[in-house]
Design a protein around this ligand. Structure first.
Ligand code: ADP
Ligand code: MG
Length: 338
């Protein structure tokens, strides 16, 4: 838009104003006798007629620029380095996760500066910290969406770069912060978690994630189209559908990145209860928005500026009188006032 707006505006202003020059100059030429009055009429008609095609041409130049932008975007995807994963390999022995001195940068900016974390199989781990501290980045590395620059992420003791993508994906259900719905029906969006699931299974997962009631109140129930990127639904509704999708997948590792941030406290409690029921015995990693929802975690990691600032249970962290205590006190204040 920036590239085409200035020439386009100029053209739109000047072209319809051709009469401003054609009429007086033509009039002068006719008076001086170098232009016949018949020719003058022709010139007037032509100058009016020529505007529309030129404007159409201008609008194509806009389209061509749009196409150029899209082509460049597609090219940046095609040119991106491919993740290296073996085609075959064994499934990991268990679902313990370990991050070993992980450094990671987006382009040139390093955002994780040596993260080490131990997440035993079947445990409940929470990540908390200020916004921008790198929590989502850690979740994306564990979900194998990006690879660490240095250090390693292991699952069941095996470096995740040695585990075939397909096997790895089966182990992990990831509800990301920017959850994405496809422009299909609610039912099919949930079914993405497990393509072989029956309609009953889909509805069961929806019920357990606190979606069933709002889905039934939609125009066509489970067959309602969610619109492009889920635009017909609210943020909280999209999140709950993403949770239902993850629950249906029933993977042994579940990562929830601020999965209930847009949900009202009432629904949050419902979701929290069903999530903890559904994830019993699984490795659960929760990035929490509201601290009160994660006090029961086996271990809480406090992340600050891409580093682990502190870790421990809720009680231990409060005793450390550090960042966690400050965040907790702020959270309680907000809660009391709200
Ligand atoms: N896709 C991205 N490209 C470039 N920088 C990013 C991207 N995602 C996050 N960042 C940057 O990385 C840092 C950590 O972000 P993030 O992991 O999302 O933090 P948190 O989830 O704790 O709020 C921030 O400074 C953010 O601006
Ligand atoms: Mg985040």
């Amino acid at each position: 838009m920036r590239a085409s707006i200035i020439p386009f505006t100029f053209a739109m202003v000047i072209m319809p104003a051709t009469m401003v020059s054609v009429l007086p100059i033509g009039g002068l030429l006719v008076r001086s006798g170098s232009l016949s009055s018949q020719d003058f009429v022709t010139v007037i008609i032509l100058s009016v007629g020529v505007i529309t095609p030129i404007i159409t041409l201008m609008s194509y130049s806009d389209d061509i620029r749009t196409m150029g932008t899209i082509v460049n975007e597609v090219r940046s995807v095609l040119d991106a380095p491919e993740m290296e994963r073996p085609a075959e390999g064994e499934a990991p022995k268990d679902c313990s996760i370990r991050l070993n001195d992980v450094h990671f940068s987006y382009k040139d900016k390093e955002v994780l500066h040596g993260i080490t974390m131990d997440i035993p199989a079947g445990s409940y781990t929470a990540l908390v910290g200020p916004s921008g501290s790198g929590k989502s980045t850690i979740a994306r590395l564990i979900a194998s969406l990006w690879d660490a620059d240095s250090g390693s992420v292991t699952l069941g003791g095996t470096d995740i770069r040695k585990i075939p993508q397909e096997i790895y994906s089966d182990q992990i259900a990831f509800v990301s912060q920017d959850n994405y719905l496809f422009n299909m029906s609610v039912r099919e969006n949930i079914r993405l978690g497990k393509p072989s699931a029956s309609d009953e299974e889909v509805e069961k997962a929806a019920r357990e994630s606190g979606c069933h009631d709002f889905i039934m109140s939609l125009e066509n129930g489970y067959d309602t189209m969610v619109g492009s990127s889920g635009g017909h639904l609210s943020g909280g509704e999209r999140q709950r559908i993403s949770i239902a999708r993850a629950m249906l997948k029933a993977a042994p590792v579940v990562i929830l990145d601020e999965a209930t941030a847009y949900t009202d406290p009432e629904n949050e409690a419902v979701i929290q209860r069903s999530v903890s029921k559904l994830t019993q015995g699984k490795t659960l990693i929760v990035i929490a928005h509201r601290l009160s929802t994660i006090t029961g975690a086996n271990k809480i990691y406090v992340i600050k500026d891409g580093q682990v600032e502190d870790s421990g249970t809720h009680e231990e962290l409060l005793e450390h009188h550090g960042l966690y205590e400050t965040m907790w006190n702020l959270h309680m204040e907000v809660k009391d006032n709200g």
